[in-house]
Design a protein around this ligand. Sequence first.
Ligand code: HEM
Length: 423
Amino acid sequence: MTRGVAPARPYTDAVPTGEAPVSAPEEEIFLNPFEPGFFDNPYAQYRRLREEAPIHQSPFGPWTLTRYDHVSALLRDPSLSVEDRNAPPTPRDQMIAGFDPERARRGDLAILNLDPPDHTRIRRLVQKAFTPRRVEELVPHVQELVDGMLDAAESAGRMDVIGDLAFPLPFAVISEMLGMPDADRDQLRDWSHTLVKTLEPILTVEEMPAMFEASDSMIEHVEGAIEWKRRQPADDLLSAMIAAEEEGDRLSTEELIAQVILLFIAGHETTVNLIGNSTLALLRNPDQLARLRAEPDLIGNAVEELLRYDSPVQFSRRITLVPLEIEGHRIEPGNFVFTVLGAANHDPAHFGPASRRGARTRRDTRGDRLARAAVPGDAARDGRARVERPPRPPRPRLTPGRPVLRALPCSYGLRSVAASWSR
Ligand code: HEM
């Protein structure tokens, strides 16, 4: 897919209702991020797909699943692969090969793109370093950072929810956790922002050179950081990953670089979206915000529900290695299958008809959302790792302005949400 993605622009209706009609009934319907209005409200298209074409092959190539049961089963099916080499080159691969054949042949060593046994081996080594204890230890510092950012915004009387909180918070946390030098943070942020687009199904030819440059610079930078940490190990995740060993096995430098870049990008881009989308959802559902303030113990449950309601990552993908039958559809080996998490997470057959109307901080969320993988550090994101501290006094009301979308179909979030305090 080489067509352009619409530039960021103001939201018109970002409430995930799935109510708006998206195309005339006789039109063929398929997952189409190019459809006008898709980024404003993808849930409308998702609803029609769930109802009319829950399993379909898009004219762009990949098969697409939108119902909860199908998505959930496919993501848990060990017969499928995540390694791109198991599918014929996509137009995107061909585009990269056209630019730089050597680069196209480089394997991807990040665990996100590896099958067992490589996935099992590398993940086990990373888990030795990325422990629940390391996450728990971060909590007081995270709380300090949040308090500082909110205090500054409150005294200014206004804030950009993304620029003043949702972005700097996870970025600072993952940078500090890995032990990346402070001086390099602006540079890392820019490369990471460029590189996150490599996780998207759509790339333009124009985006390629910047992508390659960011990738080369980030690899060089991380390699330098690894060399430095080898000489000066500290109490940080990168040093722990370098030292991680099991039965004489260690991560090679190439494997380390790939995991660090993955953790760096996955560790903040997704969380920026979660904080931004969730803050907006709560501001737009003041009854739920009031309830959460009154019952702060609901926070873990609320995070689960907000992950479902406006999912920070909207698609995942697998590749078939053997023929796959789903309700009469036969998918041959070597095909990409997109699982549309944002559609599955609004499937009324699983979540009930009310799931489309609003976020409910009290809904029983145990084990049903499909917004993310079970990865190291789960405790923090489940809201279990919370600091025990007296609640802050209620803040003045924050009124959101018109949010601006990032307009990426997979990593789904906001570029800015201007908001002002009213007393
Ligand atoms: C709102 C927060 C997050 C969301 C929505 C999210 C979402 C996802 C999704 C959808 C996947 C792919 C799942 C699959 O296809 O099976 C994934 C994988 C992954 N994520 Fe996250 N993620 C989040 C936070 C994080 C954080 C904070 C980190 C690290 C600091 C992280 C690291 C990873 C890693 C390493 C993988 C690959 C796991 C594997 O293949 O074993 N993620 N995430």
